[in-house]
Design a protein around this ligand. Structure first.
Ligand SMILES: *Cc1c(COP(=O)(O)O)cnc(C)c1O
Length: 457
């Protein structure tokens, strides 16, 4: 790199001059100066000024095995030396692509025996849209095209991904959603449950799916898509009654069920997949992020035999795919990553040890005057700040408390992301109990500083 000896200041100027960042107000960023992350080890990262942070977000929900894993570096190096690239289009494959498809079929639930590869969660969800519609065409139901999703869902940022998502602020830019995608309400009891118990509200939220199917006609509905836990929307853990009712409705009306495992997959909830934790029986599972722990971009749609058999036996050519579908270097890294998750029993630890420990420790913050709700499972959680705890009333301008708290976190060496006034936690799955103590203590201190700024407590 030509600019390796630059100062932070010089990097910031180059970045401001030349780099448009995702989901960013560039004018504000360019004025304030970007943070430059230079190094990672375990659950910690460092910036160009030498500040150390506990990465409570595992990058962007993805660095499941932690930073600095030489094994993943070696897997990439070996594959790059042997064969840096070949495609999987023209009656060919590479060994890592085939092996990864095989290993994925072993770790996913019964009946998932086929993988379609792409490079990001968004592309996986684009693949879902195309495959779902193709499937119903082949079944002789070409009108079954509409996909039902939920408000405040996150399914990516391509045209199809953003359309499947339920982020209103994304839809207003660029005329989304695309046709054939509709949304129902989300199972967010804390905001929407009113006087209902969580279980009553979970049923009510699920029944919105049935009402929407009846309104549009079951012969028009192709699929329902949902994250087992909504991640970017604020770590929304549905009530226990929600998924069983969604499952019943999809079965009854012959609607494909798509579980977006991009965050929940690869151990986040204490099982291999969120579908395992919530007893969901999906027909397709898009997955990405933790699949390679973010070391290389790679994603897959795992396809249940119910769908795959039709696609294979009756489908002829499926006119879809990417230059880098099953990229051998990314696949080799994903294989090494899955090997680490297995060998170190990381997912078992999340399920029975570190996950329950994080959730219990977070409850120590429940009495804090700012904290309205603490929710989570395994190593994913949210701390939601409210104006008044008793009435669950939110701040007038959502996001201010979140922004204040996030900035305190950064100053105190902790990365937590803010969605509205919820502080999100999703650390590397390798985090130790001692490091969880550090995370919770820092989070508590930053909540105090936030309360102080807001004149609360
Ligand atoms: C991040 C995410 C995506 C999009 O993945 P990209 O790799 O950013 O395209 C899709 N679904 C869920 C649930 C996600 O969290």
């Amino acid at each position: 790199m030509n600019h390796i000896s630059n100062t932070t200041d010089q990097w910031q100027q180059l970045d401001a001059g030349h780099h448009l960042h995702p989901f960013t107000d560039s004018k504000i960023l360019n004025k304030n100066g970007v943070r430059i992350i230079t190094r990672g080890e375990g659950v910690y990262i460092w910036d160009s000024e030498g500040n150390k942070y506990l990465d409570g977000m595992a990058g962007l929900w993805c660095v499941n095995v932690g930073y600095g894993r030489q094994e993943l570096v070696d897997a990439a190096t070996r594959q790059m030396q042997e064969l840096p690239y070949y495609n999987t289009f023209f009656q060919t494959t590479t060994m890592p692509a085939t092996e990864l498809a095989t290993v994925l079929s072993e770790i996913t639930p019964e009946g998932f025996n086929n993988a379609f590869f792409s490079n990001s969660g968004s592309e996986a969800n684009d693949t879902v849209v195309r495959m779902v519609r193709r499937y119903w065409d082949l079944k002789g139901c070409p009108d079954k095209k509409t996909i039902i999703s939920r408000d405040n869902a996150y399914h990516g940022s391509t045209m199809a991904g953003a359309s499947l998502g339920g982020m209103a602020y994304m839809h207003v830019q660029g005329g989304l959603p695309i046709p054939g995608i509709v949304h129902i309400g989300q199972p967010y009891w804390y905001h929407l449950g009113g006087e209902l118990s969580p279980d009553e509200f979970g049923l009510k939220a699920a029944l919105e799916l049935e009402a929407k199917i009846k309104e549009l006609g079951p012969d028009k509905i192709a699929a329902f898509i949902g994250e087992p836990i909504q991640g970017a929307g604020g770590v929304i853990v549905p009530p226990d009654t929600y998924w069983p009712e969604i499952q019943r409705i999809c079965d009854e009306y012959d609607i494909l069920l798509v579980a977006d495992e991009v965050i929940c997959g690869f151990g986040r909830t204490g099982n291999w997949f969120g579908s395992d934790s919530f007893n969901i029986r999906p027909d397709m599972m898009p997955m990405a992020k933790g699949m390679s722990s973010g070391y290389m971009p790679i994603s897959a749609v795992m396809v249940h035999d119910r769908v795959a058999d039709v696609m294979i036996d009756e489908g002829g050519e499926f006119n879809h795919g990417f230059t880098y579908s099953g990229h051998p270097v990314a696949a080799a890294v994903a294989l090494a990553n899955i090997e680490i998750l297995k060998r170190e029993n990381i997912i078992e630890a999340v399920g029975s040890d570190t996950g329950p420990y994080l959730q219990a420790r977070l409850q120590d913050l429940a009495d804090h005057p700012l904290v309205g709700d603490i929710r989570g499972i395994g190593l994913i959680a949210a701390i939601e700040m409210v104006k008044e705890k008793k009435t669950r009333s939110l701040f007038d301008t959502s996001g201010d408390a979140g922004t204040i708290c996030r900035n305190h976190c950064l100053k105190n060496g902790l990365i937590m992301r803010a969605t509205g006034d919820s502080m999100l936690i999703s650390p590397p799955l390798t985090i130790t109990k001692k490091q969880i103590d550090e995370l919770v203590e820092k989070a508590g201190r930053c909540l105090d500083l936030t309360a102080n700024d807001l004149g609360i407590g």
